[in-house]
Design a protein around this ligand. Structure first.
Ligand SMILES: Cc1cc2nc3c(=O)[nH]c(=O)nc-3n(C[C@H](O)[C@H](O)[C@H](O)COP(=O)(O)OP(=O)(O)OC[C@H]3O[C@@H](n4cnc5c(N)ncnc54)[C@H](O)[C@@H]3O)c2cc1C
Length: 419
């Protein structure tokens, strides 16, 4: 017999939103939200932004208050790590050996911060930044630290660097690729951000790899590069991506590898088991149907809605334009769409003015925008991506011309012309 109609494993962004969405859809059955952190569900983005900067309290990160979960009869079970799934018995097994039965299981476990596998990776004063506990540990050490090395020039690393610079620290960012944000963005945006970080005093080391982290008395005191150079550090932050937390599901037989594979309504290959958020490998309409994982609040929230509708009996395929944001210094970066595979990048506005957009086109169609302090472009450009409009690159480059659709636009088909 099942203990719950719906068991959600992972009480982060996607898991919490799935529980909320179920109740919004008036789903009445017993729902458990199980998470291995000792916290109420909270939002992670501020961990490298306002929370790390000490400008936002943890309470303001909470997705909902403690009272909300009670009112909605969502059985919140913090501090509970699920280590195995038994799909035949329809039970999940916790680390303490107890098991919990389900009728439907939603796997929403995100990922663990990827660790370096070089010597010194587990020394004290080497930090990941994935959870509140990580951010608190780092914040505790910050006052005594003067020099920080950030390994990884992705969003996490760059945001952390900007907060640390704001706190008066001497920061070195080490990135193995020849540009920052290599996985996510084009060169134009990368070069702009690199210049911004350098102008704030960050020592940016591109195309540079780490040999080891050197320690003294069990704690990191610097990073040795493969070139032999040594960069002294009072603390090290490692931001080199995540490993999706899907081992128990894969061990139970779910199809996957880098994440667990899901179909259009977030079902895995196992009966009545769904997966959502960072750990779900799905075919995305905005990636030309390629199977990808997205690590974003947008994806977590929209998949939460998709799974809740599936469970509540009003299934609707996942279809949502990807978007993401990042704050670094006084820059608000907003990204919409997926730039991978673009054949043209058009600059709109002036980089020197620190308010511009880069519009990515594939065969004349707008597939993505990176907007820096340019929210209007973001809002208008998003509609172009949704409608699959084709554009004239000379016109979209002119920031005096609005990115709005032509009046005859009907929405929908991917062949319509624009401007
Ligand atoms: C520092 C930081 C900054 C970010 N900034 C942005 C941003 O600016 N914009 C943006 O769009 N996105 C940002 N993201 C990404 C965004 O937060 C994630 O994409 C989102 O949280 C994914 O939601 P999720 O529910 O899939 O995973 P998570 O929110 O990570 O939740 C998963 C939960 O499951 C728990 N769990 C894992 N395994 C188990 C288990 N076996 N048993 C029980 N519980 C388990 C985890 O501990 C965690 O609490 C940021 C992420 C981080 C870490």
């Amino acid at each position: 017999m099942s203990d719950y109609d719906v068991v959600i494993v992972g009480a982060g962004q996607a898991g919490a939103q799935a529980a909320i969405a179920l109740r919004q859809l008036r789903y009445q059955g017993p729902v458990a939200l199980i998470g291995d952190e000792d916290e109420l569900p909270y939002e992670r983005p501020p961990l490298t932004k306002a929370y790390l900067a000490g400008e936002k309290s943890f309470e303001r990160l909470l997705i909902r208050s403690a009272a909300f979960w009670q009112e909605k009869a969502i059985d919140l079970r913090p501090g509970c790590r699920i280590v195995a799934v038994d799909p035949a018995a329809r039970r999940v097994i916790a680390a303490d050996g107890t098991s919990i039965g389900y009728r439907r299981l939603v796997w929403a476990t995100g990922g663990a911060a990827r660790r370096l596998d070089c010597p010194g990776a587990t020394l004290a004063r080497v930090h990941a930044l994935r959870s509140r506990a990580d951010a608190d540990r780092l914040a505790q050490e910050l006052p005594a630290a003067q020099r920080a090395v950030v390994i990884g020039g992705g969003y996490i690393g760059l945001e952390a660097a900007s907060v640390l610079v704001g706190a008066g620290k001497q920061v070195t960012v080490i990135e193995a690729q020849q540009q920052v944000l290599a996985r996510m963005s084009g060169t134009m945006l990368a070069r702009f951000l690199e210049a911004e970080h350098r102008s704030r005093g960050v020592s940016l080391r591109l195309g540079t790899t780490v040999d080891c982290i050197e320690g003294r008395d069990g704690a990191a005191h610097g990073v040795r590069l493969t070139s032999g150079e040594f960069v002294a550090a009072d603390l090290v932050i490692v931001g080199v991506g995540i490993v999706p937390a899907v081992d128990p599901l894969l061990a139970a037989g779910a199809r996957g590898g880098n994440g667990v594979e899901v179909d259009a309504v977030c079902r895995t290959s196992l009966p009545d088991i769904y997966a959502i958020g960072d750990c779900a490998a799905h075919t995305n309409a905005f990636a030309d149907g390629a199977r990808i994982r997205l690590e974003s609040v947008q994806n977590a929230n929209d998949m939460a809605g998709t799974v809740a509708r599936s469970i509540a009996g009003v299934a609707h395929p996942y279809y949502a334009v990807p978007w993401f944001w990042s704050n670094q210094y006084d820059l608000r970066l907003q990204t919409v769409g997926l730039a991978a595979g673009h054949d043209l990048a058009v600059l709109r506005g002036a980089i020197d003015a620190r308010s511009f957009s880069i519009i990515y086109l594939r065969q004349g169609r707008v597939v993505a925008l990176d907007c820096v302090n340019a929210t209007k472009d973001y809002v208008q450009g998003r509609k172009l991506i949704e409608s699959g409009a084709t554009v004239r690159s000379d016109l979209i480059a002119d920031s005096a011309v609005a990115l709005t659709e032509s009046p005859q636009g009907e929405g929908g088909p991917s062949t319509r012309s624009f401007i």
